[in-house]
Design a protein around this ligand. Structure first.
Ligand code: ZN
Ligand code: ZN
Length: 314
């Protein structure tokens, strides 16, 4: 099968179709490029192999016959199945998990992938393939509401990229009063009400926010969050960087600010938001490429005119 592999350089190559080993074999139809993929190509996590963790596809082989032929999305953390976390059906913090296209597991920028059947959710017919590809990052946005009651919080979202955009759509549904701070006018224009937007150049922090969500993908975003949040407020960190964040901890202690890391969410919540027409994430898609043009797709995804870049695989 064709696959987009990173092994120090990103290239399209032919590799064997993965062995099932009791998991479901999925024919990938669409996949999305995420900032994490761009960071992985810079060396984040030291991952080598097939990249990609946002996908929709059809099950070709599985133990559970009811899954065969079904259109599915899949949660990306695959646990050991034995530890306490896995026993509670939440492998996101299993200590020996593998993560699709990120850690110890071949990813979705290929014609086929495998995942445990328990990771899969069947996509309702009313949800398009392009919306389904965005369920993974949408679930990551929803994760904040799983960790924190945001109802009524004055919230600053830092960044105007894909993840920040999804967060700006999700948090108001849970009652947060949101402002979004971004560099690019055309991206700010995509943010729907009730979230308000502000240009980064004109912004003067005043320590007035209950909650700041750092989703800019840039380490400077943390300093902006720090200057924007009130004493005893909360900073949520959503970006994973290949580079290191330097921070002065003393003011965080003095102001008793809570710093909360936030990663993967549950797909069920994200899927029902789309199914119930609470939001439509597909307006974030700016580019579409064939798998064979995967290297070009990565170049495009770093362009100033790009938000979500989709690979159309089958
Ligand atoms: Zn991602
Ligand atoms: Zn486990």
């Amino acid at each position: 099968m064709k696959a987009l592999v990173f092994d120090g350089e990103l290239r399209l190559t032919d590799i064997p179709i993965p062995e099932r080993n009791g998991e479901a074999l999925i024919r990938v139809t669409h996949a999305g490029i995420c900032n994490t993929d761009i960071e992985l190509v810079k060396g984040y996590m030291g991952f080598n192999g097939v990249l990609g963790h946002e996908f929709v596809g059809r099950v070709e082989a599985a133990e559970n016959a009811a899954l065969i032929g079904k259109r599915v999305v899949g949660e990306i953390n695959a646990g050991c199945g034995k530890c306490e976390k896995c026993g509670a059906k939440d492998p996101r913090h299993c200590e020996i998990r593998t993560v699709l296209g990120i850690a110890g597991r071949q990813g979705a920028f290929a014609e086929y992938l495998t995942l445990p059947e328990s990771n899969l959710l069947i996509v309702p017919d009313t949800v398009s393939d392009e919306a389904a590809v965005l369920i993974e990052p949408l679930a990551a946005a929803c994760r904040i509401t799983e960790q924190l009651d945001v109802n009524g919080l004055a919230t600053l979202i830092i960044g105007d990229g894909k993840l920040a955009q999804l967060i700006a759509r999700v948090l108001p549904l849970s009652g947060a009063r949101c402002d979004l701070l971004g560099k690019h006018a055309w991206k700010r224009d995509r943010v729907p009400l009730p979230c308000k937007t502000m240009a980064l150049d004109d912004y003067e922090p005043s320590r007035s926010y209950d909650l700041a969500v750092e989703a800019s993908g840039s380490p400077e975003g943390f300093a902006t969050a720090r200057r924007s949040v009130r004493p005893q407020g909360t900073i949520v960190l959503k970006s994973t960087y290949a580079s290191k964040l330097h921070l002065n901890a003393a003011p965080i202690v003095v102001d008793e600010v809570t710093v909360l890391g936030s990663r993967c969410g549950r797909f069920e919540q994200a899927l029902s938001l789309v199914e119930d027409r609470k939001l439509d994430p597909t307006d974030l898609i700016t580019h579409r490429f064939a798998l064979e043009q995967g290297v070009e797709a990565f170049v495009a995804s770093r362009g100033s005119d790009a938000m979500k870049v989709i690979l159309e695989i089958a």
